[in-house]
Design a protein around this ligand. Sequence first.
Ligand code: ATP
Ligand code: MG
Length: 583
Amino acid sequence: MFRLLRYMKKYWYIAILAPIFMIIEVGMDMFLTKYMQLMVDDGISIGSMDNIIHYGLIMIGILVLGVAGGMLSNIFTNISCYKFGNDLRKAVFTKIMDLSIHQADKFKTGSLVTRVTNDITQIQNMIAMCLRGLIRSASFFVLGIIFTLSISKNFGGVLLVVLPLEIVLMIIFMAILFPVFKKIQDKLDKVNTVVLENVQGSRVVKAFSKEQYEYNRFVGVNYDYTEKVLFVSKITAFLSPLLNLIVYGGQIIIYYMGGTVIVDAFKNGITPTLMVGQITQAITYITMICMSLLMLGMTFTMIARAYASASRINEVLDEKLELIDGNLDIALIEDKDKGTISFEHVSFGYPGAKEDILKDLNFKVKKGETIAVVGSTGCGKSTLVNLMVRLFDTKSGTVYINGHDVKEYKKEDLHKIVAICLQKAELFAGTIEDNIAFGKPDATLDEIKWAARVAQAEEFILGKDEGYQEVVTEKGTSLSGGQKQRMSIARAILRKPEILIFDDSTSALDLVTEAKLYQAMKADLSYVTKIIVAQRIATAKNADRILVLDKGVIESFGTHDELMENSLVYKDIYLSQLKREEE
Ligand SMILES: Nc1ncnc2c1ncn2[C@@H]1O[C@H](COP(=O)(O)OP(=O)(O)OP(=O)(O)O)[C@@H](O)[C@H]1O
Ligand SMILES: [Mg+2]
């Protein structure tokens, strides 16, 4: 946890002011009690109006100073804590962005959300509590003891009974509560995960009428979470009254001791060593000491809670990055290498999977070539193209883009060279124009229109009421599947990459629209190397060469005519699709 405090370093000069002003507030509180005693014993008891006014004015001055100290302490605490929280949130978010896809999967989206929000808030609250509460309680505790003993050494005996009792009680409670805190955060993860899954997959849930099932699932995790939180509240609810009992016990002993001294003195006709005001003062101090101990306990509880949160945040921050940027200067890439792809002995398997998905792949693609990738569903086509944009790293072997290992590139540079249209078209909340310009925010409207035209998207965009300014939702619910695909094609084309990858990106288009798209691309993007993953032979057939992937290896690689001669797998797919069309 202490490692996270490095994010506080920048604000130490603000943070340090909080306890300083807090000490002023505490000091003033103590003096106030002292002057109350003087007011009673030196003013009211002897009927001296001068003294009453004198002490009254001093008390007003003390009060003003105390209130100012308290306010300033709060302000400085809040400034430093919120700035700390802001910086830490940024750091964790940046780290999440750098995680590889399966690292992010490992943490689960819901849990990452909890960590960036609730966990950081826990730490923020803990620091606030320490800056204000810890100093306040510790000072009340120490000063309270000193002031009590200064009234009468005999009251030390009362403290010796009351304090150990209170400390033992708190230790018992902490021992019960501490292990629950980590569990609370884990339960909250589950609640967030179910909510996120349902928001993201609401259409599927509705289409399969799984609302009741999902509701029950939510009720289950929510109940678990509430149970844990309630457990903590119940235990804490017991603590306060029990502590009060001890405090009242202490007060009774002081009344008894003080009362005895005063009554004895009266009986013997001598001046008592204790005065009424002093007894009231001692009672106030004892209550203050016990309450400060309770506050210290609460602070430790918050520290324990923040400790659990800190370890969850450190898990994210300490996750070793798998995809580290190289430092290749792309200006040095030779012209002869531009637009080329080469796989050398590339093998890849998903972490935890027994068998490799891709096994020792070797092939080269020349600049400007159009390559289709075909193969049965689940055979590894998406995996293959994802390696080209380094969404994952190979297990062994090397992927070369423009003559350089993909690991040599800064990711940003690599993605300037290679643009991919992912299999699942993703949109963001915003206008159509924003969505197309996502990868190139500085694009002009003319460029955006050009990309939309090539992607065969212009017609439907102009058909919308607002045209390019039409707002689409995050999930693109107002667009059809084929329209979404064309939007993401336009987005990739707009970047004018050297290599363009379509991962099954035209599967929802009718054959006529698809043919128009490829024609337009041939005219406007002839220099671009294109990799087209396709299920339909009609899509693949016109490529310069076709790569047939089967059981993790390249079964064959050649033109349509060559494959019709040599490739059993290709011929099979061809004939089965032909037959389906005839039917
Ligand atoms: N993130 C992942 N973790 C583990 N296994 C995965 C992951 N992604 C894909 N797989 C597995 O890897 C294999 C290849 O998946 P891939 O998505 O590359 O297939 P594909 O050829 O693109 O299939 P489709 O034609 O259906 O799109 C599949 O068996 C799949 O179950
Ligand atoms: Mg795929």
